[in-house]
Design a protein around this ligand. Structure first.
Ligand code: SAH
Length: 398
């Protein structure tokens, strides 16, 4: 580090960066040649005037992030510590909440530094690094955490690694090693969490408000189909909200023991619920043949997925997924349609919903909508950072 490179932004995009857009995209800069990961970059306009300072770090999203539009601001230990402190201060009410001890404390560009996130799990801090470039600032982040918080331990995942080996050994960085699973709480509900598995830890924290809404407002007395269910988090909340039965469907073998575990750590008899390891699209066919119908269907697919028979891309295939669900939803039943795809916005998502119902000759009413919760801080200048879109849709006809 130490050296700073000047890189020209294409003239048609200069205003965007002057307006605070933080992601350094491939389209914005001309030939960058081969840059060293983590190197500081000064973005300049065609007249060599300073626009902003950032770092180079290759991610699937882009080439790095702008960190400041102040030419004189130093990107040093104190910069990282200031950003981290501001982020922690914003989460003060989360730290005081007795019912929830798992939440995000640093959300990348939303908190001023794109490329990494930090989640809090009952005294443990988990850092996710999304580029080699940001990882070169490891010492700054670690020192900041040491200065700002008390922790049981810090863990990390290097999500940038192409070989999928996101953790070295168990991902331990500092403190005292935990024993996995650790049990954390969300609105009074337990989650068994593992840092020593590859990408995922057992719970997606960004769905917290959706889970609570299902439990508190929708589940009572209902039959619930939870598709792409992973550890069954939605099923557990539905069961605790009084669902008459939940059915969880996920293709991955691990989903069976993991769902049993999530039910069990909440004192629910998993045997009174169905946990099915199967391709969701097969299951829809089976349910159609058997004439099965549900009062509530949760759709939470990954943005992209490939199984033996199907490839799924949210942008291309969400409409058809909805049609499969509409066909087996009871009259006045509710479909919870969720997507974390950043490649389309809420407006387009609602377009998929509308088309799916029209093509099914069915009528609907949108009951409520969710985007990212408060701890997943986002900024106006980077709308695509608010990737989560969840819509509760009531099917009005039988
Ligand atoms: N809804 C979950 C998170 C889903 S993660 C939660 O709230 O925790 C995406 C899941 O989709 C993964 O567990 C993956 O195994 C599963 N999956 C991907 N393609 C699938 C398919 N065709 N059928 C069933 N499950 C699938």
């Amino acid at each position: 580090m130490g050296t700073e490179l000047n890189i020209k932004v294409k003239s048609n995009l200069v205003n965007k960066y002057r307006g605070g857009y933080p992601l350094i995209t491939k389209q914005a800069i001309n030939d960058v040649g081969s840059l060293e990961e983590g190197v500081l970059i000064n973005l300049i306009d065609e007249h060599n005037a300073f626009i902003g300072k950032g770092y180079y770090g290759k991610q699937n999203k882009g080439f790095g992030w702008v960190l400041t539009r102040n030419k004189d601001e130093k990107i040093d230990q104190s910069f990282f510590e200031r950003k981290l402190k501001a982020a922690l201060d914003k989460r003060r009410s989360f730290f005081q909440d007795k019912e929830t001890n798992a939440f995000r404390v640093f959300n990348g560009e939303g908190d001023g530094i794109g490329g990494f996130t930090i989640d809090y799990f009952d005294g443990y801090y988990l850092i996710n690094w999304y580029s080699e470039g940001i990882f070169t600032y490891f010492d700054h982040v670690l020192t900041s955490l040491k200065n700002l918080v008390q922790y049981k331990a810090i863990y990390q995942k290097k999500r940038f690694r192409a070989d999928g080996k996101f953790i070295e050994e168990d991902g331990f960085v500092d403190g005292e090693r935990g024993e996995f699973p650790i049990l954390v709480k969300e609105n009074g509900v337990n989650f068994a969490v593992y840092f020593n598995e590859e990408a995922m830890v057992g719970v997606f924290l960004d769905q917290r408000d959706v889970r609570r809404t299902i439990r508190d407002k929708y589940a009572k007395g209902k039959t619930v189909l939870n598709t792409f269910s992973y550890t069954g988090a939605f099923s557990v909340f539905a069961a605790l909200g009084g669902a008459s039965k939940t059915t969880s469907v996920d293709l991955a073998n691990r989903s069976l023991p993991k769902t049993i575990e999530q039910f069990s750590v909440n004192g629910i008899d998993y045997e009174s619920h169905d946990i099915i390891v199967e391709d969701v699209f097969h299951y829809f066919k089976y349910a159609g043949k058997k004439g099965l119908k549900f009062d509530m269907i949760i759709l939470d697919p990954p943005s992209f997925a490939r199984s033996k028979k199907f490839t799924f891309s949210a942008e291309k295939d969400y409409k058809n997924l909805l049609k499969e669900a509409i066909a087996i939803t009871e009259k006045n039943g509710v479909i919870v349609a969720s997507t974390n795809s950043a490649s389309f916005d809420m407006k387009k998502f609602k377009g998929f919903i509308d088309t799916a119902f029209k093509e099914s000759n069915s009528k609907y009413k949108i009951e409520e909508e969710f985007s990212l919760p408060r701890d997943f801080q986002t900024i106006r200048e980077f709308k695509e950072g608010n990737y989560l879109k969840v819509v509760f849709i009531k099917k009005l006809n039988g």
